[in-house]
Each structure stands twice: as C-alpha cells, then as structure tokens.
Design a protein around this ligand. Structure first.
Ligand code: SF4
Length: 486
C-alpha cells in the first residue's frame, strides 16, 4: 500500500542550508506505508542514541547513531548528503513530528521529541563545523530570531579592545573576530548564568561558535510553534488515520522493546556491581538492616504515606543515588510508591523532573550526593516534614519510641538519650550502630551513606568469637576508634 504523505525535496531549503536540514517545509512524495514505518522506527532509534549519550559527548552520540541508525540514512550526518539521505532525514523527521504533535504539548513524549531534535541539530552544527558566520546569521533569520549582526570590522575591533568580545580567549590578539552577534539578554541566559558572555546595552555579545546552542534553541522554539499549529488544525482523513494507527503500533513496539533492553542492561550491570550497592528491589529489608535511623524513618514514611515532601525527597533521593541506585531504578521506585496515591501523569508532571535533576539530567546537570549529617542536623524540618536527624530533631519521648521500635532495649535507648542530652548527635548515631551491629563503626558517622556502607561491610565480616565481642564491649575502649581488624 502507498501513502501520499506530504513528502518532497525542499529545494529552497537545500539551496540555502546545503548541509543541514531545518525542516522548514513538509516534503511531498509518494512513500510506501512500510517505508514510513521503517523510517519512523529509525528516527525513534536515533532519539534513543542521542538521549543515552552523555550530555557533553558528541563522539558517543555520533558513534551510537552511526552504528545503529546511520547506515539506513534516516539521520543525515554527512557534510555532503546525497539526495536520498536528505529525503530520508526529512521524511523521518516529519513522520515523527506528525506523530508527536498528537500528544499534548506538555507531555513527556512531545518534550522528548523536541529536545532530541534540538540536540541533534546542535550535534550536526558542531560536527560538521563548516558554517561561516554569515551562513549562521542566515540560519537564525529562518526562525525570525531577533538579533543584530555586526560585520563592521572596525566596530568588532573596538568591542574586542574594550574586552566585550574575545575576553575568554587565552590570547585574543591571535584570533581576529570580524563578526559579532548581538542577542537579547533573555535569549542568552545559558551564557549569562555561566558568566561567559559580556552584556552591553541589554545585549549579549556572542561570537560565531557561541551561536550553535542559540540556533538550536531557536529551532526548537520554531518546532514547538509548528507542532502547536499542527495540533490545533490537523484533521485526519481515512488514509492519514491509518498511517497514524500504524505509527502507534511501531511506537508501542519500540517502547516495549526498549524497556526490555533497559531492564536487561540493568540486570547485566547488576551482575558486576559492587556488593555494597543498594538493591532497590529488596529495599524494605535492607532498610531495616542497614539504613541509619534518618533514612529508615524516611523510607517508612514514604511507604506509609506514598508521598514525601520536597525536603524528604531530596534527603532520601540523594541517599539512594549515593548508595548505588541508578536513575531508572530510582524512577521506578518513586513512581510505584507515589502512584498509589496520584496518577502516573501527575507523577510525570510534578516529580519526575526532581529525580532527573538529582541525577544530573536536568538544570545544573550535576549529580547530587547524600547530604552530610552536619547539613541534615542544621536543616531543621518543618512540622509536616519527615526528614531530619532523629538524634537532633526528635524530642526525647519520640526518639525513645523510635529506638524501641527499631529493636533497641530500654537500657540501650536510655544511653543514646544521654548523648542527645549532651548535644552529641552523631555520637548517638554511632551508639545506635553499636547496639544494632554489636560494635562501633570503623569511623565516626558523618553521612547517612557512610552509615549504610559501614553497615553492609560489617555484615560481611566474619562472625566474632565471644571473647572478641566481650573485648569490644569493655568500658575503657574508645568507642570512636576503628575496631581491631580480625
Ligand atoms: Fe542520619 Fe547522620 Fe543523624 Fe545518623 S547522625 S541519623 S546518619 S543524620
């Protein structure tokens, strides 16, 4: 069966951009349904390659696309693409654009597609690296991007002399800058936040290399607008509806296969994983045996309320990351628990970003580590918060109840209350460790993740003889010194 799917070579685009597609006009051509499905599937695969590549590694994304998708030409990464390559690139882009336009604007699927296309364009610009500043200015104009382009050599030199441009080059005199892009301050926030741009009269002054991410973002905004128009105006006839239904099948199949692949990869990674890494599928038992009271309490609260407030999510989420839980497993864990109370959509909308953020996938792109005891102790929780250090933030009655619930005897918990009275909260935690493990940790507790690792390491030590246990319990032993090695 053949489907006429608004596919054609875009001659105007080809003339102006030569080596890169901006997908300004839908192509018109006759393509078989099978070919549509195949190209759409390849675009999805390219999406996965780009998403999985480390944020700053072009090489890895490129290698992955080339080995997985490129041979079939659905993503054009050539300096001089053949007409066939351009056609496949165009078709697969427009099929994916059509398909994802049917999702709501703020849906995860729609955002994924737009972000992929932006990253892909950035990747092409950096890889092909063969565009003059003039050409880049022309590209920006495609998208009605508001900027001024200074090509007057004298003015550029004056700006360089005044250190408005070139100030981040080691030797500015070595590089002649003969064109400058004046971009509105609010369009260059990425540079402003990194303090890598000079601002003059409300404009950020950028050189041609700086313009790649700006151009990619302008392209994403353009794509966003186009998809909005398509979403609001599209009415599918019989053939188009049939095409969409088939793309849906391809998409569902791709997602299922991808999930399976990810699960398999996680299992394979787990085989060679450190024995100390936290196995989230067994977290209830591990929490009882190895978590410090602060994290055990957070975990139990999460299980009971199916929710944690922001502070609790940060404390517990960073702890899980530092104890070796990967992002996908953490996401599944939080989603499973939260969606006992809210819908999956609400979870995706309100909480997913937070988890991706602490794994360095959003915002400042830095992975966050488990907070130190000092920070936890200083950060007083509010009345409905569950985070905090029980040795500091619980009153004596509640602390005693908690300790008894966690298996300590009356006498042992009273001894910990003495440490609380002396405001020595981490010492209280060390004593808790001793009462629950039979000995003190090898170092004073400074971080909940360290407590966890000490505890797991401790459980793997050979069992002590009665004599050793007795020696460890003698009163003259300094409790915060490392134990004798066996
Ligand atoms: Fe948690 Fe540290 Fe308090 Fe122990 S001392 S309960 S590890 S915050």
């Amino acid at each position: 069966m053949e489907i006429e799917a608004a596919l054609s070579e875009n001659l105007c685009e080809q003339k102006t951009s030569d080596k890169i597609n901006f997908y300004l006009k839908p192509p018109v051509s006759v393509v078989s349904l099978e070919e549509c499905e195949d190209l759409f599937r390849q675009r999805l695969e390219a999406m996965s390659c780009v998403e999985e590549a480390p944020i700053d590694s072009i090489e890895s994304a490129l290698k992955s696309i080339k080995s997985n998708v490129y041979l079939t030409n659905c993503v054009n990464l050539n300096v001089n693409p053949t007409p066939e390559q351009r056609k496949h690139d165009n078709i697969s882009h427009f099929l994916a654009r059509l398909f994802f336009s049917l999702y709501p604007e703020d849906s995860e699927q729609c955002k994924r597609f737009k972000s992929f296309e932006r990253r892909l364009l950035n990747l092409k610009l950096r890889t092909l690296n063969c565009f003059t500043a003039n050409k880049l200015a022309t590209f920006l104009k495609y998208f009605n991007f508001n900027f001024d382009y200074v090509t007057d050599v004298e003015e550029c030199q004056k700006l360089a002399k005044q250190r408005y441009i070139g100030f981040n080059l080691l030797d500015p005199s070595n590089k002649r800058i003969d064109s400058v892009f004046k971009v509105r301050f609010e369009d260059a926030l990425g540079f402003v936040s990194k303090r890598s741009v000079a601002i003059k009269d409300g404009f950020a002054l950028l050189t041609e290399k700086d313009i790649f991410p700006i151009l990619s973002e302008a392209f994403e905004n353009h794509l966003d607008n186009e998809m909005r128009v398509m979403r609001n105006t599209l009415s599918l006839n019989g053939q188009e509806q049939y095409l969409i239904e088939n793309l849906e099948l391809v998409y569902a199949d791709f997602i299922a296969e991808n999930d399976e692949k990810k699960k398999k990869m996680r299992m394979e990674q787990n085989v060679g994983r450190s024995p100390f890494s936290l196995d989230i599928s067994n977290v209830d038992q591990i929490s009882r045996n190895h978590f410090p009271p602060c994290m055990r309490y957070l975990h139990e609260s999460l299980r009971k309320d199916h929710h944690l407030r922001h502070g609790g999510r940060m404390h517990f989420g960073t702890f899980l990351r530092s104890t070796g839980v990967d992002m996908d497993s953490a996401m599944d864990f939080w989603r499973d628990e939260f969606t006992k109370k809210i819908t999956v959509n609400d979870f995706e909308k309100n909480y997913k970003y937070n988890i991706r953020h602490l794994y360095g996938k959003e915002g400042h792109k830095k992975q966050l580590s488990s907070y130190s005891c000092e920070k936890i102790i200083k950060d007083a929780p509010g009345p409905s918060d569950k985070h905090g250090c029980p040795f500091k933030h619980f009153d004596e009655k509640n602390l005693k109840t908690l300790l008894i619930n966690y298996g300590l005897s009356n006498v042992d918990s009273d001894s910990i209350l003495l440490a609380k009275g002396a405001q020595d909260h981490t010492r209280g935690c060390c004593e808790y460790f001793k009462f629950t493990h039979g000995d003190f940790p090898s170092e004073p507790i400074r971080n909940p993740a360290q407590f966890y690792y000490e505890s797991v390491r401790f459980a793997q030590k050979p069992i002590k003889t009665e004599d050793e246990v007795e020696r460890a319990a003698t009163p003259d032993k300094d409790p915060l010194q490392p134990p004798q090695t066996n």
